[in-house]
Design a binder for this molecule. Structure first.
Ligand code: NAG
Ligand code: NAG
Ligand code: NAG
Ligand code: NAG
Ligand code: NAG
Ligand code: NAG
Ligand code: ZN
Length: 615
């Protein structure tokens, strides 16, 4: 589930200039327990808990799990587009919030508890002492402690004006800020799991917007926690869904990551295009160049077809870093996680082997007019090597062909999943190798579907821009289309093919049929990422992408088309109980891979039969 707010404490980030890394020790800790849907389903008592509405059910759950805690309902509950209700609670103590003690409850569409996360403080709550009688740090002094510790370029305020009683203040007279700092008295669970009464001091300058928790009772007041609200990084790119410069213009996108898939953003503590999922650089000579931006503002000039590749290398590396990371995050949500063998430096304890971000090398000195992806086993970084294309003058830089980049990365996906993360020798037989090309073209086309595409006019090519292919606009032999008049290829076409990219086009043609059948049934979500309902994408486009990915992990080493088709049917069986059998069989049968299709090295036989009873 993407929507679980378990990662709510991970807004923390790098990014602003001024030594924010120094504040790292004060980051909030991941303290929540997450009880996932499978656990809940196994617990009859929890599963049966149901009250009048989803908020009441959630409230009752919190009471039953934390019977001694006082808490309040946060006023932001809602039912997501996936039917899941999200309800947030904040723990309170002596009438004050415990600011980092949260409880989030997710309620399934049928009103039962789906899952929950809990970071409530379970230790002893101090007895209440009237605030007026306590020796508390003055709020202006708390601001000074925060500013000193964090080295913020702000000069301290001079007077505190109470707002709403004795617990909240605005501090006036500070300079170098966007808004007057605020101080509010709250409890805070310290990293050593003790409870402190603190001033929550919020400072907002143009460079940093930070909440600091300053111990209000210690004789030697110090910052005990920090939340940085700014996690800005910007990238000037052809945004996700545009294939290449002919389809639109570059835009500045901000913080495009998914925090579940990339919990420390795409940069971790680096100020370059070297991050947890990919390290992208330019290698016109045997020395890698990485763009560097102290404030993570990756905005660089580029005008297509005006100059040679190296003059805009920052823009090109930024583009490919963005595309590769977007794809990492999408595939993570679709199931290509660390445990499944994905590409990350740090797997954050989620299984699999660390230390294998994709090394993306563009402008490679070693060639022209191609790209490749070297498959490796889990724990070893693969290289995506991309060359300049000299079909045109000036040359075109394939780093701006997002479909091409997705194709290459998909070699990593199919290689890791087929035969398991520790075996990279499972896509080498002729049909298997061909399908590896086909999966790449298929995912590229699926990502590039436009909001107003319909089955009859959604015709996609591949790498038309760098190869300057115009008639038809593709570097492949056929366009991807469900129209037999536009693309007549069937399984037996493979008998006439000798090149794996062409075999891949036959396979991608079949997958493209399945894609549109699923879109016809379930619709098409044009957002950058799917809505997941109980682990199933709610729309046909992302459902097709997930089923095809799940099948990679089911199929045997060096599969045939027939076996890969069967694995796709099985993936749907595992995911949905086989609700899409008709859509899948119809797509394959239309292209000759029906139930009596025969694999032979030479002499493959088309069959257009859909098994009885599936439609
Ligand atoms: C609640 O408080 C009572 C009385 O102090 C204690 O016996 C009990 O263990 C507490 N329950 C939980 C779940 O903490
Ligand atoms: C990133 O930039 C910050 C702010 O200038 C600096 O303190 C830090 O050392 C840089 N990080 C790296 C890895 O270069
Ligand atoms: C980031 O740094 C660059 C170069 O120092 C500067 O031109 C730009 O204005 C900064 N951007 C932001 C958003 O601070
Ligand atoms: C692409 O090819 C066409 C001919 O097919 C040619 O007229 C055109 O100039 C080429 N484009 C570039 C940018 O070289
Ligand atoms: C494709 O067809 C649909 C349905 O007829 C139409 O709404 C849409 O505008 C068409 N798209 C393009 C790009 O022509
Ligand atoms: C294969 O090629 C032969 C000779 O060019 C042609 O006659 C035949 O129709 C082709 N078969 C398919 C299935 O495309
Ligand atoms: Zn390929």
């Amino acid at each position: 589930m993407r929507s679980v707010r378990l990662l709510g404490f991970l807004w923390v980030s790098q990014v602003v200039s001024g030594g924010l890394l120094d504040r790292h020790p004060y980051r909030l800790k991941e303290a929540a327990v997450y009880n996932n849907a499978a656990n809940i389903a196994a617990d009859h008592k929890l599963k049966l808990l149901k009250r009048g509405d989803y908020v009441e059910t959630a409230t009752e759950l919190v009471r039953s799990i934390a019977p001694n805690a006082t808490f309040r309902l946060v006023d932001d509950h809602y039912v997501g587009t996936n039917g899941v209700g999200h309800v947030q609670f904040k723990q309170t103590a002596n009438g004050l919030d415990v600011d980092n003690a949260d409880f989030n409850v997710n309620i399934a569409r049928d009103g039962s508890v789906f899952s929950y996360g809990n970071s409530f403080f379970s230790g002893e709550i101090p007895a209440e002492v009237p605030i007026e009688k306590r020796e508390l740090l003055d709020p202006t002094a708390a601001l000074k402690v925060a500013l000193n510790t964090l080295q913020l370029p702000v000069s301290g305020g001079t007077s505190a004006k109470a707002v709403g009683g004795v617990k909240s203040f605005t501090i006036q007279g500070a300079s170098g800020i966007v808004e007057d700092p605020k101080a509010q008295l709250v409890y805070f669970v310290k990293p050593d799991n003790s409870l402190a009464l603190t001033w929550r001091v919020e400072t907002k300058s143009s460079e940093a917007w930070v909440a600091s928790y300053v111990d209000a009772e210690a004789s030697n007041p110090e910052v005990v926690g920090l939340v940085n609200y700014i996690s800005h990084a910007t990238y000037e790119v052809y945004p996700w869904g545009l294939n290449d410069p002919t389809e639109g213009s570059r835009q500045i996108v901000k913080d495009p990551w998914d925090l579940q898939a990339s919990r420390d953003t795409w940069h971790n503590d680096q100020n370059t295009t070297q991050g947890n999922n990919a390290e992208a650089g330019s290698v016109p000579v045997a020395l890698v160049y990485f763009p560097y931006s102290e404030n993570l503002t990756f905005e660089y000039p580029y005008t297509p077809d005006t100059a040679d590749g190296l003059t805009y290398r920052d823009a090109a590396v930024t583009q490919i870093f963005y595309t590769v990371n977007m794809y990492h995050d999408l595939l993570y949500i679709l199931g290509f996680t660390p445990a499944a063998g994905n590409f990350q430096t740090d797997n954050y304890g989620e299984g699999g082997k660390d230390s294998d971000p994709v090394e993306v090398l563009i402008h490679h000195y070693n060639g022209k007019n191609n790209g490749n992806f070297q498959r490796t086993v889990d724990g070893t970084s693969p290289q995506m090597v991309m060359y300049l294309f000299d079909y045109t003058d000036p040359e075109r830089d394939v780093a701006f062909d997002n479909g091409f980049v997705i194709h290459e990365y998909t070699h990593g996906l199919s290689g890791r999943l087929t035969g398991g993360p520790q075996n990279s020798n499972c896509l080498d037989a002729f049909e298997a190798d061909g399908m590896a090309e086909g999966w790449g073209d298929f995912y590229a086309a699926a990502v590039m579907l436009k909001p107003n595409d319909a089955r009859e006019n959604a015709t996609y090519g591949f790498a038309a821009w760098p190869t300057n292919s115009t008639n038809p606009p593709t570097a492949r032999k056929v366009m991807y289309s469900t129209d037999m008049g536009v693309n007549p290829w069937t399984y037996s076409t493979v008998n006439n093919l000798t090149n794996v990219h062409e075999v891949g086009s036959a396979w991608a043609t079949m997958l493209y049929e399945v894609l549109w059948n699923l879109i016809d049934t379930h619709g098409k979500n044009d957002a950058e990422r799917p809505d997941m309902v109980d682990g199933v994408p709610s729309d046909g486009k992302y459902l097709a992408m997930k089923i095809v990915a799940d099948a990679l992990a089911l199929q045997p080493c060096n599969p045939t088309f027939v076996q890969a088709r069967d694995a796709i049917l099985d993936a749907d069986e595992a995911l949905t109980g086989g609700q899409n059998t008709c859509e899948i069989w119809s797509g394959f049968a239309k292209r000759g891979l029906g139930s009596n299709a025969v694999f032979r090295d030479t002499g493959r036989v088309d069959d257009f039969t859909i098994p009885d009873g599936v439609c």
